[in-house]
Write a protein that binds this ligand. Structure first.
Ligand SMILES: Cc1ncc(COP(=O)(O)O)c(C=O)c1O
Length: 445
């Protein structure tokens, strides 16, 4: 039988796409881009999918001229809201070609070379934590999936009889993904009050533990999203060991700072944790989507995860199969852009970029302190800082933030801290210019 080539390659169209990717990586994003209304998008995109298709240049223009401008460019150096992203050019360029290699990285059989290289990047992270070489894990889509997968492993490893109610102990500043994971697991989160900097200490955790039952894991923050706090990891590790509990460290944002030797001591105690997560797509200069999930004892990850089916019986169960370590089966080798960036620039460049980012956050904090009409409330803790403009009411703060976003000057959004609407900055981009940021902030008072 002679088959028709239903999907003929179009070399000119491929060139144009790769050229666009090249330009985007070198030029960076346009900070004025952002969300559009459904009506505006419908007007440009409705009817795009047709029975006969369209010329690929026209199809690609829908992406470059309509879709991209309707997305928020988190990787711009002026993007200081939420936890942004700052992928290196090598990581972005590599990511652009990774898809074309069509690698199945769910199991060793499908993706051995990619998995070996991903594991090198994981081993680097685990060595920064002071973990043994026998530790290991997998890259999943994001911190939410990493935290859920780790907590499921924690519960599976629980040595005692099944309690009436499963519970997770976490700081009041824990990321919303911990509550989301608890909901999926039909568990309850016991929220531990924090100190004035948003930090959970071991005494507060011990007190909360004494008031409840059924706790199978303590979740510690290593860089709380809202305030950057790092919990008392050493004290919590001792508490977890004493009580026979699993300690999971959510370092989706903050654990990147382990790469800078001058910041490493803040994480002392992580050596004793059972699992941790850190997202290369946040502060480790890799593109979306990527979370490194590490288990001190990977057998505990394997006991909780992995899928069995007769059609999978041909696979080597003794090999390192990433699908055994989280809730997934098919996966792209999403750890490879981090690996490629590390291989290209070297780990010292990572330490330097992290240190530089921290210096930028300190310079912004100092500038806020020095500016009449602005008040630094907290930080920088890692690279998060909270501040207020006492002369402005809540509506005026919203209006200012929206005006800066629209003009592309700065993405700096409000949050709540101890009940008050305040402004928050989180720097993850070593190219953020603190002088520019301060010039914009000085339009506030
Ligand atoms: C501390 C922390 N944990 C977990 C997450 C969730 O990560 P993701 O959005 O990649 O699922 C975030 C996201 O900002 C975070 O800051």
């Amino acid at each position: 039988m002679t088959q028709d080539t239903v999907f003929p390659p179009n070399p000119k169209a491929l060139d144009a796409m790769l050229d666009w990717a090249n330009q985007r990586i070198q030029r960076g994003p346009d900070p004025r881009h952002g969300a559009q209304s459904v009506a505006a998008l419908a007007a440009r995109l409705d009817g795009a999918i047709t029975a006969k298709g369209m010329d690929s240049a026209r199809a690609f223009a829908l992406f470059s001229d309509v879709i991209v401008p309707s997305t928020r460019p988190f990787d711009h150096p002026t993007s200081l809201a939420f936890v942004a992203s700052a992928p290196s050019p090598a990581a972005l360029g590599f990511d652009a070609v990774l898809g074309s290699a069509g690698i199945f990285a769910g199991n060793w059989d499908g993706g051995s070379g990619a998995i070996y290289a991903e594991n090198q990047a994981l081993a680097w992270l685990s060595s920064l934590a002071g973990w043994p070489a026998t530790s290991g894990g997998v890259f999943v889509s994001g911190g939410t999936m990493g935290n859920l997968s780790a907590l499921h492993a924690a519960r599976t490893a629980y040595p005692g009889p099944r309690p009436d109610r499963w519970r997770i102990l976490a700081s009041a500043e824990a990321h919303s993904s911990i509550t989301a994971a608890a909901r999926v697991m039909d568990a309850e989160v016991i929220s531990v009050p924090t100190d004035e900097g948003g930090r959970m200490d071991a005494d507060s955790a011990r007190h909360a533990l004494s008031q409840t039952s059924g706790v199978f894991a303590i979740v510690a923050n290593a860089g709380a999203t809202n305030c950057g706090a790092i919990d008392d990891l050493a004290g919590l590790a001792r508490l977890a060991a004493e009580q026979g509990l699993w300690l999971h460290v959510d370092g989706a944002y903050g654990l990147a700072a382990m790469t800078d030797p001058t910041q490493r001591a803040q994480f002392d105690g992580i050596e004793q944790a059972d699992s941790f997560t850190v997202d290369p797509h946040k502060w480790l200069f890799a593109p979306y989507d990527s979370c490194a999930l590490l288990y001190r004892d990977p057998a505990k990850g394997r006991a909780a995860h992995g899928q069995r089916a007769s059609y999978l019986d041909t696979l080597d169960g003794q090999a390192w199969n990433p699908s055994d370590y989280a809730i997934h089966l098919t996966r792209r080798a999403r750890g490879l852009p981090l690996w490629f960036s590390l291989v290209t620039y070297g780990t010292e460049a990572y330490a330097k970029a992290i240190r530089q980012t921290r210096d930028i956050a300190e310079a912004i904090a100092q500038g806020i302190t020095d500016t009449p009409g602005l008040e630094l409330i907290l930080g920088p803790q890692l690279t998060v800082l909270l501040f207020r403009a006492p002369g402005l009411d809540d509506d005026a703060i919203d209006a200012w933030a929206e005006a800066q976003r629209r003009s592309g000057a700065l993405l700096c959004l409000p949050t709540r801290w101890r009940g008050e609407k305040v402004l928050r900055i989180c720097v993850v981009n070593p190219n953020t210019d603190p002088d520019h940021v301060l010039t914009v902030l000085r339009t506030l008072p």
